[in-house]
Ligand binder design. Sequence first.
Ligand code: ZN
Length: 312
Amino acid sequence: MTSKTKNKKSAKVASKQITKLHCPVCKGSMTFFYGVESQKFGRTFRYFRCDNCRHIIVDPILSEKELFEDYDYEPVKIGGAQKKVSGLIFHSPLYHFFFGSKRFVKAVITKYRQRYHKDPKTYLDFGSGNGLNLAYFHELLPAATCIGYERATDGKRFPNTSIRVLQDLTEVKKRKYDIITLFHVLEHIADLEGFAKVLRAIADEHTVLYFQIPYADSLDMKLIHQLKSDFTLHTPYHTNIFSLQSLKQYFQDHGFEVTSVNWEVYQIGSIVMNQNIVVKTVLFLPLLVLGYINKLTKTTPYISLYVKKIGA
Ligand SMILES: [Zn+2]
């Protein structure tokens, strides 16, 4: 895009602003989509969208150090709710029944039982964060082996239970798992090729793989310029935002198949990002209605999907 007639200085500026990027999934050309100047990191992050498959990527990508600096999770207590209670409503059993992750953990176990007519024996929560999903799984199936993989924590938070949190990926890769969940992990992965290899190492053709990810064709993404709110992008922490097309192609290219997709209502707009209990309460009902409209129109901020490994 830089012209040979331009002088050295302007050419240098132009090359900084216009990065020639290709879609990591379909190799199509990408067009500028959204940009944010981050005060924290002292630089501008730009999102680009693929002209062909609508996949979205960020440029530049955070370093590993920068990425993990912010992820210092407070562990949960087994059998209890989250430690940090920001409000009665949003951590009540009723809220978790309808919108919380316990519902999803339950659904994944049900999926496994329907498919194989037996209970899963091994569970891996890849990117286990504060350990909430592991605690739920253990509560539902105490006999199963629950493994978490989390880089950002000390891995010693579940003493005297069958739950273990590993920080070493080599350890994680030593076995295959009946169920693997990845809640809001895939969008943070920069090396998609390498990640597919990891997935192939830890899953076999019987593994029920479950992902939750932000959605590139959500209403939020369509209105991002008008709303001036990039909560789904979580700039600059989200590296890859998948469209349905890029999702299906990515998994197909690496020997997996997307067996079902669900448009999720549970994280309704900005209430999850906004910690103010008053704002949350006021916005709850209107956003719930919007959430269900989004579901009907397949434009929810987040989607969940079941994925199956094809062949050995
Ligand atoms: Zn593409």
